[in-house]
Design a protein around this ligand. Structure first.
Ligand SMILES: [Mn+2]
Length: 281
């Protein structure tokens, strides 16, 4: 039995295509997406259509929930007037027809193949879809978060950083991100779980290089980048394969500068990062 588990596609069609082709080559029998099909990227409807057409099982990520909440008027009313949220409005328009699907996704799935140890798949942690099991957490912190979880194997996503940690009998796997990795490795990342004779699982971390230039073009030509600052930040995170939003907000707070295109460019330059990378690998 072979199961592919992937997550955090974030509207990146080309990365998903690379993973889909690999999944076909690898001959897996079951595919689970651990959330965040949409937002952060330019091809959100394409990603939802590809995943649903493939018949893959999907759980809800915080971004899937956010986009559905936006469509259904379940975010604070002032957000609809705030330029900061325009990129979210842009994404929500793209997948408006899928809002019901995104809203109804389950928050977890328990995989229990005959003769194997069960696997719990969640987006963030078993407690919340925005609680990430980050590599920098201590064993004690991870143990606390996983208290009461019965499954010996837990797959979580959300941090966009791959993880394989065993704490007090719980093995935690994060497959890394398909669309927007934060581990400074831009390849599309996912995992394949293969059942062993004794019912435990062998975990293989796969990383696929693909041509990222069409993704950059899609950011620019779809109108997403022009929708506002947050799209520029997400573009920078995609290009540099690292988390920048959090650091930028802290940087701006410390200097008491307002968030906007000018301070964003200044932040990038101070980090030694190209503002508009001419070429990416
Ligand atoms: Mn995500």
């Amino acid at each position: 039995m072979r199961i592919a588990i992937l997550a955090d596609i974030h509207g990146n069609r080309e990365a998903l295509e690379a993973v889909m082709a690999d999944i076909v080559r690898q001959g897996v029998e079951r595919v689970v997406v651990a959330g965040d099909l949409v937002n952060r990227g330019p091809a959100n409807a394409d990603v939802v259509e590809m995943v649903t057409e493939a018949g893959w099982e999907v759980i809800q990520g915080n971004h899937d929930q956010l986009v559905a909440d936006w469509v259904y008027g379940q975010v604070p009313p002032e957000w609809y007037e705030d330029p900061m949220w325009r990129p979210l409005a842009w994404v929500a328009r793209q997948v408006e027809a899928w809002a019901g699907y995104l809203a109804a996704l389950p928050d977890r799935v328990r995989l229990h193949e005959p003769g194997t140890h069960p696997i719990l798949v969640v987006h963030g942690s078993p407690r919340h879809n925005r609680e990430g099991l980050h590599p920098f957490l201590s064993d004690g912190e991870i143990e606390h978060i996983l208290a009461g979880v019965e499954e010996p194997l837990i797959v979580c996503a959300h941090t966009h950083v791959p993880l394989d940690r065993t704490v007090n009998g719980h093995r935690v796997i994060n497959p890394g991100a398909v669309g927007v990795p934060f581990n400074r490795d831009p390849r599309a990342q996912y995992t394949i779980f293969t059942a062993r004779e004794d019912g435990t699982w062998d975990v293989e971390f796969r990383r696929l290089a693909y041509d990222r230039r069409p993704v950059c073009r899609a950011f620019e030509r779809s109108g997403y980048l022009a929708s506002g600052l947050m799209a520029h930040i997400f573009y920078g995170e995609f290009v540099h394969a690292r988390s920048l939003l959090y650091h930028y907000e802290r940087w701006a707070r410390e200097r008491q500068v307002s968030l906007g295109p000018r301070s964003w460019r200044r932040f990038l330059r101070q980090q030694g990062l190209a503002v508009r990378p001419a070429t990416i690998g």
